[in-house]
Design a protein. Structure first.
Length: 256
């Protein structure tokens, strides 16, 4: 861990320190050049491994992506994609969702889990969009994060995939992989986002997120990664934490 801290230029969170966006200074220190080069080499390999990496939520508009992303909390993208066709047929835009019957809305999204909380967030979000933004999903981060149920992670999903405004979506996969790869020592999503921002050009950040998420879902699993079959093994400082038998690791890989 000391070696990792040195590589990161001492940017780990001190014990007991608060972990919020306001803790950041105006300018972050530059990471070591060796770390930048290694991170970008990893991404080049992941780009070759997952040329089709993309947002796995189905959507046709910023509104649909925002709703789908809110529903995806503690739920698989596959399940959300099963629910949203009927949901969007019934509520095709923010005004329709804002005026929805709560019981009917809850019933439509029940299978995604935590359906009461999600229904409340969705309806409150739609009502604010209608009242504050004329029924259109806003583009700026500062506006998106004022919507009920929307934090920086959700806002980056919408901005990066619906508005072509690149940014890191720090979900559970990006958090896990960025720590295993030694790109950050932080657990707070905002601090991780800033650490990753320092490693990659702005234009690449959404796609780097997609590739990390793809790799996390298919190879670098939370409980036991398939290390022996990992395409970035030689560049990963955590390559010895998972399955070391090549045959067993290959069987663990989730392929299309």
């Amino acid at each position: 861990m000391a070696q990792m801290a040195a590589c990161l230029g001492g940017r780990g969170t001190p014990a007991g320190a608060p972990a919020t966006a306001r803790d950041y200074p105006g300018r972050m220190p530059k990471p070591p050049l060796a770390l930048v080069r290694r991170a970008r080499a990893v991404d080049r390999i992941l780009a070759q491994t997952y040329p089709d990496a993309h947002c796995e939520l189905d959507f046709d508009s910023p509104y649909e992506l925002l709703v789908a992303t809110i529903l995806s909390a503690q739920c698989t993208d596959e399940r959300v994609n099963q629910v949203t066709p009927a949901l969007f047929a019934r509520y095709p835009d923010p005004p329709a969702l804002a005026a929805a019957d709560r019981v009917e809305l809850e019933d439509l999204i029940r299978s995604t889990g935590f359906f009461r909380n999600k229904a409340a967030s969705l309806q409150a979000m739609a009502q604010r969009v209608c009242a504050k933004y004329g029924g259109q999903i806003p583009r700026p981060m500062s506006a998106l994060t004022t919507l009920p149920g929307v934090g920086r992670k959700t806002a980056h999903v919408v901005r990066g995939n619906a508005f072509d405004q690149p940014g890191f979506t720090v979900d559970t996969h990006v958090t896990r992989l960025s720590n295993r790869l030694g790109w950050t020592m932080n657990s707070d999503p905002v601090r991780i986002e800033y650490d990753l921002d320092a490693l990659f050009p702005r234009k690449d950040r959404t796609m780097v997120s997609h590739r990390l998420i793809f790799h996390g879902r298919r190879c670098c699993f939370a409980r036991k990664p398939a290390c022996a079959a990992c395409p970035i093994r030689r560049l990963c400082p955590s390559h010895d934490i998972g399955e070391q038998d090549v045959v067993k690791a290959e069987k663990m890989i989730k392929r299309p």
